[in-house]
Design a protein around this ligand. Structure first.
Ligand code: PRP
Length: 218
C-alpha cells in the first residue's frame, strides 16, 4: 500500500460498501450505512491518537488507565460529508465540527467554495476531513490548504471510496495527509464514458453521487 494510504481490509467494511454500491439501496438505508462506515473508519483512523494516564476508581481498587488526550476537529465537506459526522462523533464525542462547503463545477470539475466558518487558529487541533468521495482530489486539496493555513497539527482524510487519480493528486500536493478509505476503485470516468451518457469525473464503478443518494436529490 502506498505511504499514508490506508484501505480498510475489514470484512464488515467491504460488506457495507457493497450495499452502498447497490443501486437498489434506498436513501434511508444509504444514510445509515454511511454513518456506520464512518464509525468503523474512525476506529481505524484514530489508532495513533495520543493518550494520557489518569487514576480511576474501579469497584475493587484504584488503578491507572489511558484517556484520549487530543483536541479534534471534524471537517465535513458539504454536502456529502455531513452523513459521516454522527458516525465519527459516536467515537469522538468531544470533537468540534467545522463545515466546509464545496461543489464541483460540472465543466471544469474544480471545487468552488461556498461556506467556510473555520476559526483562524487551529494549531492545537488534529483534523479529520470527512467526504465519502475522493474523485479528482480537488475538494480534498482545497480543504487541506484551508486547514494548513490555520496551522492544524495533523490532517487525515477519511472517505468511503477513492479513485487512484484523486489519491495521487492529493499526495502529490500534500504527501503528509493520511488517507483512510473503505475502498479504492478502478478509475475516474472520462470524456469517452461521457459519450456513453455517464457523468465525467465520477468514481468507476463507484456508487454514484453520494450527496444525491443520501439526500434524495438528483
Ligand atoms: C462530490 C463529493 C466530493 C467531491 C469529490 O461532491 O462529495 O465533495 O465531489 O470530487 P473531487 O475529488 O473531484 O473534488 P459534489 O460536488 O457532488 O457536491 P455534493 O456533496 O453537494 O453532492
Amino acid at each position: 500500500m502506498a505511504q499514508n494510504l490506508f484501505v480498510s481490509e475489514h470484512p464488515l467494511v467491504g460488506h457495507k460498501i457493497t450495499q452502498l454500491r447497490d443501486v437498489h439501496t434506498d436513501c434511508r438505508r444509504f444514510r445509515s450505512i454511511v454513518q456506520e462506515l464512518a464509525m468503523l473508519l474512525a476506529y481505524e483512523a484514530t489508532r495513533d491518537m495520543p493518550t494520557r494516564t489518569v487514576p480511576v476508581q474501579t469497584p475493587l481498587t484504584t488503578t491507572q488507565g489511558p484517556v484520549v488526550d487530543a483536541q479534534v476537529g471534524l471537517v465535513p465537506i458539504l454536502r456529502a460529508g455531513l452523513g459521516m459526522v454522527d458516525g465519527m462523533l459516536h467515537l469522538l464525542p468531544k470533537a468540534e465540527v467545522w463545515h466546509l462547503g464545496f461543489y464541483r463545477d460540472e465543466q471544469t470539475l474544480q471545487p468552488v467554495i461556498y461556506y467556510n466558518k473555520l476559526p483562524e487558529d487551529l494549531s492545537s487541533h488534529r483534523c479529520f476531513i470527512l467526504d465519502p468521495m475522493l474523485a479528482t482530489g480537488g475538494s480534498a486539496i482545497a480543504a487541506t490548504e484551508i486547514l494548513k493555513a490555520r496551522r492544524v497539527s495533523q490532517i487525515k482524510f477519511v472517505g468511503l471510496l477513492a479513485a487512484p487519480e484523486g489519491i495521487a493528486a492529493l499526495h502529490a500536493r500534500h504527501p503528509d495527509v493520511v488517507v483512510h478509505v473503505a475502498a479504492v476503485d478502478e478509475r475516474l470516468t472520462t470524456e469517452e464514458d461521457a459519450q456513453q451518457g455517464l457523468p465525467p469525473g465520477f468514481i468507476w464503478p463507484g456508487l454514484g453521487d453520494a450527496g444525491d443518494r443520501q439526500f434524495g436529490t438528483g
